[in-house]
Design a protein around this ligand. Sequence first.
Ligand SMILES: [Zn+2]
Length: 230
Amino acid sequence: MLAMRLKVLTVLAALSLGSAAPAYNFKGYYAPAVLESPMVDNVTYTPVGMGIVTSKAGFRVHPVTGRGDFHNGVDLSAKLNDRVYCLLDGVVTRVGWRGNLGVAVEVYHPYPNVRTIVGHLNAYSVMPGMPIRRGRVIGYAGSTGRSTGVHVHYTVIKEDTHEYIEPMQFINQVPQYVVALRSAQAQIAYSQNLKSFRKIDTKLIDVESTEDLPEGKKGKEADPPASMEP
Ligand SMILES: [Zn+2]
């Protein structure tokens, strides 16, 4: 009995010694294999394929802090290293550690002129500056950043106004954008928007804060739009 207790104490001592320095410093890894999934044009996918939404955009009680905050995206349930897909043609604009979002991949979609961000990834498979197509695997699910378990966070931002778009609304509209992109008109808009897009830094990022994201409606006690009611 005493021997066992001593063993436990030894283990505890070892653990507390180890905790002198923050042990968790995993910032994702690069998985460069090119994987593409043939996504059907008129089918609605989520960034994890067929995902179940676990936490919708809008006001909620944050699972980590326990405080009310503005959730600027949707959380999609996933298993560790599940493939995370790009839903619409675009160009990769930011990759790397992004504070609470953990390891994130941001893609600019010149048509319909939005940016999408997937967060809490375990790995990324694209680099900034890469042009990518619908169906391309851009990363793998994880639990990096401020997260209680493996899931994928998905945020959609309007490029011109920097407003958040309700991600499920966007996801449901993607098939229409895919069809529209077959027209010359949409292709012209695509290349014009791409030309006027800010210069893309092709380095990996490593920022402690998420402050490069728009402020959202933080602090305002507004009801979420009707489309977000359960
Ligand atoms: Zn989230």
